[in-house]
Write a protein that binds this ligand. Structure first.
Ligand code: ATP
Length: 600
């Protein structure tokens, strides 16, 4: 519990840590107000049952004389109204405290989800190779909400109702010590025992619920992402059934938690009311006067009315903290993760581009993916002079994309180094290096936004340089299509993942996006594979025209795209086995010749 509280404390910012104290004060005022509300019933009931108390009780007597009442009845009405006003005031204070609490909780929800998303975005690329994006999205959107609306609120409830219960119990002690002890043993013992016997199972259920929820999100996400294949193969029911398994698990764990956290209320309510009946009988049998019995029973009935919900809420809060510990652990771990997946701060403004005037060198570079023992790149050495056009060839799985990801600075080598003009790339200057790069990946992700915004990716609409956009679309050979065939031109919305444009158009938009910033180095990963021969030729010509001033690194299966490269590096199982110009390799290397023949 202490560890969990410490973790929660870590998740608050400075302002929130201060606010917590303000909130606790409000909560104390609330507990106090509730006790006053409960206590105020005593003099009223006393007065109703024993009107002669106006004479015997000092306080009542002073009030009676001070306001010069003329009859006991009008004084009783006055005390009744006063009692009512005290209860209204106590409820007003409670309402204010609850308002503060909810405000704090929802602001915290906002801050925490921002913080978690920021931490995720700041994780190294390798982190996203071992974590499912739907799980991360779920944590940011749903689990944080559960953490604040369940864990945090329940922790506050635990404090609030703990204090309320203590205050009510102290008051009851002053009224009747023995009955109070009996009530505490009965009710507190009952809740305590149920908590003790369910706590381990509750925690485990919370862990399993988190896991089931992860798969629920994952399955729904996968279903929508593979909707085409699902439709063609009529596999709707497979995904629905898969979802049902996890959804049912999630529902079962939640139901179990809800039942366990609420059921004791009904058992202990019966016990409490049975207790009151017993108390009345006991007092009557012991020969107490009805006038003596009624005030004390009223006090206990009213206190029970306040105490029972308080005890029930304490129990529910404790169960909820237990059930949701798994979420707190996960969020805390993701935010404060250290080691190779630690988040690193990103710069406030666009970094300066690293000087690149001469060459890129890879020296004795090796790389293996997280959780994999086998190296995917082994002792790679290569050199790319500025303005050179380099091709990477090799069979599928040879390591071409991995090598490009290392050059892009997305994956960090385990051994060896990469130098730009003799300067070694480190975590500190990698972003400066990336400013030089325009990258067209294998699978171009278009946002569900306008063509204009997709090309000037990440640039606010009012700062987009339309001239640069048009220049980029012209080189990518997509300007004619946008300007003449689309009714809304650059303002056309492309749909989620660019579903409203063809594969070839998507690739050319991806190319235009890479060219928009006029990069020094252009990296193309299978960038023209979806284009027909004629379009591919014209795009390559346009690229070759810019290649006169740009350094290019091209991965191609179709070796025709790297025909004009100055140098082609041949990869096999993560090693560079040969390099040379196209004709040279075609003459000297059997494997290259085979690849060239295969790709036509
Ligand atoms: N995230 C990953 N985790 C573990 N192994 C990976 C990961 N990505 C790729 N690999 C493995 O690394 C090796 C090289 O993959 P890579 O994608 O670099 O090859 P490639 O030459 O680009 O292949 P292709 O031409 O088919 O795209 C393959 O054996 C692949 O299975």
């Amino acid at each position: 519990m202490i560890t969990s509280l410490k973790k929660l404390w870590d998740l608050f910012n400075k302002k929130e840590r201060l606010q917590i104290f303000g909130l606790l004060l409000a909560v104390l005022a609330m507990a106090f107000a509730q006790v006053i509300g409960v206590a105020s019933v005593m003099p009223f009931m006393d007065l109703v049952m024993n009107p002669e108390m106006v004479e015997s009780n000092n306080l009542l007597n002073t009030l009676y004389n001070y306001f010069a009442f003329e009859s006991i009845n009008s004084f009783t009405i006055f005390i009744g109204i006063a009692m009512f006003l005290v209860i209204v005031l106590s409820n007003a204070i409670s309402t204010f405290a609850i308002w503060l609490k909810m405000k704090f909780v929802w602001k915290n929800n906002h801050h925490l989800s921002m913080r978690l998303l920021k931490q995720y975005l700041a994780k190294p690329y390798a982190y996203f190779l071992v974590n499912n994006s739907s799980d991360l999205g779920k944590n940011v959107l749903q689990e944080i909400q559960t953490l604040t609306t369940q864990y945090l609120i329940q922790l506050l409830n635990l404090i609030i109702y703990g204090l309320v219960a203590i205050a009510i119990i102290v008051m009851l002690f002053f009224s009747n010590f023995t009955i109070t002890i009996a009530a505490i043993l009965l009710l507190g013992g009952g809740y305590g025992a149920i908590y003790y016997f369910t706590r381990k199972k509750m925690k485990k259920a919370g862990e399993k619920r988190l896991e089931a929820n992860k798969f629920r999100y994952k399955t729904a996400n996968e279903a929508f992402n593979s909707i085409k294949q699902i439709k063609v193969r009529s596999k709707e029911d497979v995904f629905l059934n898969r979802f049902a398994v996890h959804s049912l698990n999630n529902a079962d764990y939640r139901a179990w938690y809800s039942i366990i956290s609420q059921l004791p209320r009904y058992i202990l309510e019966a016990v409490a009311f049975g207790g009151i009946v017993l108390l009345v009988l006991f007092l009557i049998v012991s020969g107490e006067e009805a006038s003596q019995v009624v005030p004390i029973v009223s006090l206990f009935a009213f206190a029970g009315y306040r105490l029972m919900p308080a005890l029930q809420r304490i129990f529910k809060a404790a169960s909820s903290l237990n059930f949701n510990t798994a979420i707190l652990d996960r969020i805390h771990e993701d935010i404060f993760e250290t080691g190779k997946f630690a988040s690193s701060a990103w710069p406030d403004k666009t970094p300066e581009a690293l000087d690149f005037k001469d060459k890129i060198e890879l020296k004795n570079l090796s790389f293996s993916y997280p959780n994999d023992k086998e190296s995917v790149l082994k002792n790679v050495n290569l050199e790319i002079s500025k303005d050179q056009e380099i091709g990477l060839a090799g069979a599928t799985g040879a390591g071409k994309s991995t090598l490009v990801n290392v050059i892009l600075g997305l994956l960090r080598p385990e051994e060896g180094k990469m130098l730009v003009d003799g300067v070694e790339l480190t975590d500190d200057n990698i972003r400066n290096w990336q400013q030089n790069i325009g990258y067209v990946p294998q699978d171009i992700y278009l946002c569900d936004d306008t063509i204009l915004s997709n090309i000037a990716f990440g640039v606010p609409e009012d700062q987009i340089d339309l001239k640069a956009v048009k220049k980029a679309t012209k080189i990518a050979n997509i300007d004619h299509f946008i300007e003449n065939e689309l009714e809304k031109g650059y303002q056309t919305i492309v749909g989620e993942r660019g579903v409203r444009v063809s594969g070839g158009q998507r690739q050319r938009l991806g190319l235009a996006r890479a060219l928009y910033h006029d990069p020094e180095v252009l990296v193309l990963d299978e960038a023209t594979s979806s284009l027909d021969n004629k379009t591919q030729k014209s795009v390559m010509e346009a690229i070759n025209n810019i290649a006169k001033v740009k350094t290019m690194i091209i991965i191609a299966h179709r070796l025709s795209t790297v025909k004009d490269c100055d140098l082609i590096y041949m990869l096999e199982q993560g090693e560079i086995i040969d390099f040379g110009a196209y004709e040279e390799l075609a003459n000297s290397n059997v494997k290259f010749r085979k690849l060239a023949n295969l790709s036509g």
